[in-house]
Design a protein around this ligand. Sequence first.
Ligand code: HEC
Length: 329
Amino acid sequence: MKRWFAVVAAITAILLFSPGGPAAKSSRWGKDYFPNVDVVTQDGERVRFYDDLIKDRIVLISFIFTSCTDLCPLTTARIAQVVDRLRDEIGKDIFVLSITVDPENDTPEKLKTFADAFYSGPGWTFITGKPADIRAINSKLGNKSDVATQHRNEIVLGNDRTGEWTRNSPFADIENLELAIRDMDPDWRDRRHVPQDALAANHDPRDLTIGREPGQVLFKKICAPCHTVGVTDHVGPDLLGVTDRRDRLWLSEMIMNPAGLRANKDPILTDLDAKYKGVRMPNLGLSASDASDLISYLTTRTAQINELRAQPEEQHLHQSTDGAGHQHN
Ligand code: HEC
């Protein structure tokens, strides 16, 4: 029960989190601070923690474990959204590091399957290693969490060159998280003299599709990191038409308690699990009325997209300026 309370509290935090919250923390973290021990990546490569993963880099660090059934897959999916926005810099100036808090169980193979569900490309390393070493690293990063605690839902941002380190939340607005990461780079800060431009450049045109319908807001915050509607299968299946292909009761159960369906060996979910490896739809602590809002939203959105797709190409181009047709192919 306690755990559930924590999940609900964390979801509330996602919905309420406002930017500017996390306090900046400057420190002398650096070469002599971090253990420069051997760790193992998702590709089975042995690397030195400080020399190979931190030194001279801007890093975003998160704490995960692959058997997590509540929030960590959502955390990782949200980081993947930010990574997507920073794609040109990832692996060049900015690096992402996800460290297991369950080194006893998280083998490189498990990390690999988990990693592949979210991202493919350079610049994002998942690491495990000797339990004592991994624990020492996590503790130096101020993360005392393990599989049973919730503190892992926090991220650390650092620039080893300037010695600036700060904490942030993966549940901040994606736009703000992106800015916080870019802000770790002094050159970027210098270039950012015209805030209007920076804001315009970071404005996501897809946001135009977001209105005040409760299901829509909820969807953007906690489903969109893993699902699209009318784009493509992502971490989870694309949800265009899901309200036609599935029974309403099943959908509601799936949204509120996928772990319960899985425990009952639900045949549809068994098929989906076989297709979507490495990550499971998490139990997100949603109520029946949340599920109902989400189902309404999925129904409306599917109808909108279908209508748009049925229109002749010219009209469609015209209408796509509201963002709704932007993902049409
Ligand atoms: C961390 C990623 C993640 C998040 C967050 C997430 N899902 Fe899922 N979802 C999945 C995966 C993966 C599957 C495929 C089933 C499985 O293996 O668990 C899935 C399956 C589904 C299905 C079944 C699709 C079908 O074809 O029958 C529905 C419906 C669904 N999710 C809705 C939602 C809604 C609504 C939200 C937000 C409240 C949400 N999901 C949040 C990962 C996620």
